[in-house]
Design a binder for this molecule. Structure first.
Ligand code: SF4
Ligand code: SF4
Ligand code: SF4
Length: 578
């Protein structure tokens, strides 16, 4: 089957929204991108039913889809003979009635254009005749290929219930080819991405041209649609135009059979697949004659391939106008007449089909594998295993464990596991902080001791400085005494000279005294020089001691601040834990 949903992994941020909305097991695989710890999610096309939910859910442009719009336009330009049919949703998307779009398509070279309302009328007729003839227990309708995909891939037990009647689009294509001799290639103006799968499986339709892509092309190329509207080559006849809205089939059947059949309905990706599972689980219990199911919540009018430029109320208004137009001035007999015409003109077997099972690899891990997955996710206790927050994109932790066990998810995708990991890391950091705090306190005590020591050094140095000053003063006094002795020695030598021969010995003594006084003076001067140098060194040491004390003070303040903050954060953490 063609891979319709595109997946640009470079845009994927691993938000898991696609996982949350995906109605089927295993269609998305969450993986660790190159071991970087970044989670990305890719599609497993074997399991994907092309329901389109993930495109709407992805806010990061990672998911989109492909159809045949480009090939269709290019083939038209090459002059290929192409006819079309337009889904009823054409009225509810783009320009007002869809008539100007039809006019433009004809300008582009499309030969004939049929209204799928015709195929929807045939489809209702075929359902009624099939039920009357075969009397099946309960029929599941199949206008949505995503539903057919779900049953043929994931819920094969429902295959006997799946209606063999073709969808309205296929009924239109078959009518065109087999009853109206349209031999051109056939294109569908369609509201649905998954129709490509139906066309591929049945072979009647060559192009799935979705409304969204066609209007995107028109907008991008600034094309002005013709002002004149165009209609269909085959007019609508009954309420088939309502098939594109929830309950449309029911309304059609009731127009002919009243309330003779119980018809239940379900629509929307978040509901219909669960309802189908419940339906499958009701074996042997009472079931509706028809279970009318639609993949999209508002039916095909706001389908996966629609332009989505109107809200549901506007769309319902358009549908109601179409309903009133069909019913105006017509009686039930007129509609019954249409069915007798179909009985005469159409073969029921032309509008029925069979289905092929699509077998896939089972995703059923063993109990030990699930247990290992729980352990990898850090889930030891029962409480952890039923936490079921849904953040990983799964409804329950058990679902997640099964996916991890099958390699469809990674244990790092569990938010609770990540919370535990972060909590453990935080705990380790707190333990380290406590050790750091202890070391910081020891350093603070050392700083305080060194600071006291520098105080003492500074005090000792000032005592030494005072002693040196005293010593300098004493040297000055010795110098004075030496000068006085020198004067006395000079006077004594003058007196000795006056005494002549008698003073000779005294002159020798005076000269010796003078020599001693000179020697004392020289020693004093040397001492003063040494004292001066010692004073300079003491001053430098005092300054250094003061600088060290200042620096230590700043370091002490910073380290104390840090220690206080660490202490506060540890005590807050303890409070939190308590
Ligand atoms: S929705 Fe899915 S594909 Fe899109 S970004 Fe999130 S994880 Fe990726
Ligand atoms: S298209 Fe549907 S089935 Fe496929 S991955 Fe997206 S949500 Fe799942
Ligand atoms: S606790 Fe983990 S595994 Fe369970 S639902 Fe939440 S994220 Fe998923």
């Amino acid at each position: 089957m063609r891979e319709l949903i595109t997946n640009d992994l470079s845009m994927c941020v691993g938000c898991t929204r696609c996982l949350r909305v995906c109605p089927v097991e295993g269609a998305n695989i969450a993986y660790d991108d190159g071991g970087s710890g970044k989670i990305k999610v890719k599609i497993d096309y074997e399991h994907c039913i092309a329901c389109g939910s993930c495109i709407a859910a992805c806010h990061h442009d990672s998911r989109s889809y492909e159809d045949d719009t480009e090939r269709f336009l290019s083939d038209l330009q090459k002059g290929m003979a192409i006819s079309m049919f337009a889904a009823p949703a054409n009225r509810a998307n783009g320009e007002k009635t869809g008539g100007r779009l039809l006019a433009w398509l004809r300008q582009m070279g499309v030969k004939k254009i049929y209204d799928v309302s015709l195929g929807a009328d045939i489809c209702t007729w075929a359902h009624i005749r099939y039920i009357q003839k075969e009397k099946p227990a309960s029929v599941i309708t199949q206008p949505c290929p995503a539903i057919v995909n779900y049953i043929t891939i994931h819920k094969q037990a429902l295959l006997p219930n799946l209606s063999p009647v073709h969808s309205p689009m296929l009924c239109t294509a078959i009518y065109m080819k087999k009853y109206d001799n349209v031999n051109d290639k056939i294109a569908a103006l369609s509201p649905c991405i998954a129709k490509s799968h139906e066309f591929e499986a049945t072979g009647f339709v060559d192009y799935n041209v979705t409304l969204k892509k066609l209007y995107d092309y028109i907008k991008k190329n600034r094309i002005s649609l013709p002002t004149q509207e165009s209609g269909f080559d085959h007019a609508e006849s009954s309420l088939g135009c309502l098939y594109s809205m929830p309950g449309g089939l029911k309304e059609n059947v009731e127009l002919h059979l009243g309330k003779a059949l119980r018809i239940d309905k379900s629509e929307g990706q978040s509901t219909v697949y669960k309802d189908l599972d419940e339906f499958a689980g009701r074996k042997g219990k009472q079931l509706p004659a028809i279970f009318d199911v639609l993949n999209c919540p508002e039916g095909c009018n706001l389908g996966t391939g629609c332009a989505h430029d109107r809200d549901k109320f506007e769309v319902n208004q358009i549908m109601d106008e179409a309903r009133q137009k069909v019913l105006r001035g017509r009686e039930k007999a007129d509609f019954d007449k249409l069915y007798s015409d179909f009985d005469e003109a159409l073969r029921l077997s032309d509008f029925t089909r069979t289905y092929k099972r699509r077998n896939i690899r089972a995703l059923t891990p063993s109990m030990p594998q699930i247990e290992q997955a729980f352990l990898n996710m850090g889930k030891i206790t029962e409480a952890d295993r039923i936490f079921d927050c849904g953040a990983c994109g799964n409804e329950t932790c058990l679902d997640m464990a099964k996916k991890v066990a099958c390699g469809r998810h990674v244990s790092e995708g569990c938010i609770q596991n990540e919370k535990h990991r972060i909590h453990d890391e935080h705990k380790t950091i707190m333990e380290l902080s406590k050790i750091n705090l202890q070391s910081t306190k020891e350093i603070l005590s050392d700083i305080s001791n060194v600071s006291n020591l520098s105080d003492k050094i500074a005090q000792s140095l000032s005592s030494v400085e005072a002693a040196m000053a005293k010593q300098n003063q004493m040297a000055e006094e010795v110098n004075d005494i030496a000068m006085k002795i020198n004067m006395i020695a000079l006077n004594a030598s003058i007196e000795a000279a006056r005494a002549g021969q008698h003073g000779k010995a005294f002159a020798v003594v005076a000269s010796e005294i003078q020599r001693l006084a000179d020697a004392s003076k020289a020693t004093v001067s040397e001492t003063q020089e040494v004292t001066k140098q010692a004073n300079a060194s003491i001053k430098t040491m005092s300054t250094l001691a003061l600088t060290i004390k200042g620096d230590l003070g700043k370091t002490f303040k910073n380290a104390s601040g840090m220690a206080q903050k660490t202490e506060e954060s540890i005590s807050q953490d303890v409070d939190r834990d308590n």
